[in-house]
Write a protein that binds this ligand. Structure first.
Ligand SMILES: Nc1ncnc2c1ncn2[C@@H]1O[C@H](COP(=O)(O)OP(=O)(O)OP(=O)(O)O)[C@@H](O)[C@H]1O
Length: 540
């Protein structure tokens, strides 16, 4: 079958190295770097990406006196217009059933308007386009990019500066992954989302219909008293942590999360280690339990021998007091029957569920970063335990874990936040996840501040407009982008994204437009238009 083609807009004039060609395009057609075109050499079709272009005029040559003359004439602009063409540099990124590069004289064509499944299968060279998720539109065309769900466990990064459209993109992805149709069956990707700013909470109530196509279970978790039956209080189970993790956490909480006094932490580690793991929730999750531990410290005769001074002991007792006030009394975070546990993960798997952990100021008022880290670490451990057990008992499962503001959980060394409790468990998830069926989606405004090792384990990227300082990290994490796309990355319009990596059926980085859908667009985290807010009637 012959692939459909679009309008002819230019001609190839020269072919250089292996996949590089030069051509002329009509100036009537607006082009942008990174855009894709079909090249037709007799009956051989190739797909090419526009790398560079410039508008040139036939009079453009400073040495010719005519230029001076025409510039003083009124009609000069018309003249210039008439004789202007676009000189384009392109590279061939795909050849359809042949191995040659287009010869001079080949036609340059826009992508066709056609987008039925047989066309898409042929265009991308895949067996059956219906097995893929149709995402956005290739820039300058109506053709969706096909995403391969099979590569989702190779982890995904979504990066872009504030306001570049990350949350909208994530909402769009959640929407797509919530309404999958595979071999005629409705299904969805089970997901747990760390929602930093309440960007997804509406999916659990007012906009539940957008995500319930393939799901039978959707829940929002908060760290306060639930206000309605669509909310569940989040509680966690401390027996998943080691005494060292807990000691570090409790001591660091006292110092705002950024410092650990190792003597104090060692002392508390020693005390917690005296107890069975099953007791941790009763001991550290209840006021009485904490009093018991405090007494154990103050009455322990061995501490001096072990090298701990009484002032260290007093400091640990006061750290436990802070932990009690905040984690136990205020957040009521710890429970033997935690509200997210392996049974719930099983439900999330079976019902293709969506769990939204609302870390916004509304869902988790006043909750500090160390506590959020404890929760993220807890969920990572739970996920790995659950999926590992499932795998060893012979059944492959899959749960995606979306982490917004990833720099707070797996910071690079340059980022002034310590995150020992999450870093290790997330690195394990990233490395082991593929085997056991975890798919990490890391979302961040500042990829430069995300741990390099974890960045290197992501294999699919959605790059929105990024800060100049992040360019270097983005380039190295993604294994390089073609210059045409890289140079536009810091000025990309909102609504455009560069998709690269294993999930993309195009195999090479592509510039994609994410269509705006007002139903997906109105949500808690979106910025209101200031001008509209200002003219709203304040007496209402
Ligand atoms: N695909 C799109 N098409 C048109 N407009 C868009 C698109 N995506 C986002 N926008 C606009 O850009 C605004 C910012 O988008 P969004 O909130 O997704 O950015 P963000 O990168 O998540 O920002 P932040 O990091 O501050 O959360 C949206 O409120 C919306 O008005």
């Amino acid at each position: 079958m012959m692939l459909a083609e679009g309008k002819t807009i230019g001609i190839v004039l020269q072919k250089s190295e292996a996949s590089s060609i030069q051509g002329l395009l009509t100036p009537e057609y607006e082009v942008s770097p990174g855009q894709l075109f079909l090249i037709k050499d007799n009956n051989k079709l190739s797909l090419a990406r526009l790398e560079n272009y410039e508008y040139i005029n036939e009079f453009y040559d400073e040495k010719i006196p005519i230029v001076k003359n025409i510039l003083s004439e009124n009609t000069s602009f018309d003249l210039l217009n008439m004789n202007t063409v676009i000189k384009a540099e392109m590279s061939i990124i795909k050849r359809y059933g042949h191995n040659s590069s287009p010869m001079p004289g080949s036609l340059i064509k826009t992508l066709p308007e056609e987008k039925d499944e047989s066309f898409l299968s042929e265009f991308y060279g895949v067996k059956n386009a219906a097995d893929y998720v149709k995402y956005g539109r290739l820039a300058g065309s109506d053709i969706p990019l096909l995403l391969d769900l099979n590569a989702v466990t190779m982890h995904v990064g979504i990066f872009g500066e504030t306001g570049s459209g990350k949350s909208y993109n994530m909402r769009y992805l959640i929407y797509l992954f919530s309404n999958l149709k595979i071999m005629g069956k409705n299904t969805a990707l089970p997901m747990i989302i760390i929602d930093a700013n309440g960007d997804y909470v509406d999916f659990s109530n007012i906009n539940i219909d957008l995500v319930s196509g393939g799901r039978k279970w959707i829940k929002k978790y908060v760290i306060r008293d639930p206000k309605s039956d669509t909310e569940t209080r989040l509680t966690i189970d401390l027996s998943l942590f080691t005494p060292k993790d807990l000691a570090d956490f409790i001591i660091s909480l006292k110092y705002g999360g950024n410092e650990i006094n190792s003597l104090q932490s060692n002392l508390l580690d020693y005390i917690i280690s005296q107890h069975d793991q099953k007791e941790y929730n009763n001991l550290l999750g209840k006021e009485e339990g904490i009093s018991l531990i405090q007494q154990e410290i103050s009455s322990n005769q061995n501490l001096k021998e072990l090298g701990f001074s009484s002032s260290t002991a007093r400091a640990v007792i006061s750290a436990l007091e802070i932990f009690k006030d905040r984690i136990v009394k205020r957040y009521k975070l710890i429970s033997n029957s935690s509200s997210i546990n392996e049974q719930i993960l099983d439900v999330i798997w079976k019902e293709k569920g969506l769990a939204i952990i609302d870390f916004s100021a509304d869902g988790s008022p006043g909750v500090d970063i160390p506590t959020k880290q404890l929760i993220v670490s807890y969920i990572s451990r739970l996920l790995l335990n659950y999926l590992t057990k499932a795998k060893y008992s012979g059944s492959q499962r899959l749960i995606a874990f979306v982490i917004e503001e990833a720099q707070n959980y797996i910071p690079s060394n340059d980022y002034p936040i310590s995150a020992n409790i999450t870093k290790e468990s997330l690195v394990t998830l990233a490395t082991q996840g593929r085997k056991f069926g975890v798919s990490l989606f890391l979302v961040s405004q500042r990829p430069a501040f995300v741990d390099k090792y974890v960045l290197s384990m992501l294999n699919t990227f959605f790059f929105h407009r990024i800060y100049h300082e992040d360019l270097k990290y983005v380039m190295s994490a993604s294994g390089g982008l073609p210059e045409s796309l890289a140079k536009g990355l810091t000025s990309l319009d909102t609504g455009y994204v560069i998709v690269s990596g294993l999930m993309s059926a195009l195999k090479v980085p592509a510039l994609v437009r994410i269509p705006w859908d007002p139903r997906l667009g109105s949500y808690a985290g979106s910025v209101e238009r200031i001008d509209r807010v200002l003219i709203e009637d304040s007496s209402k």
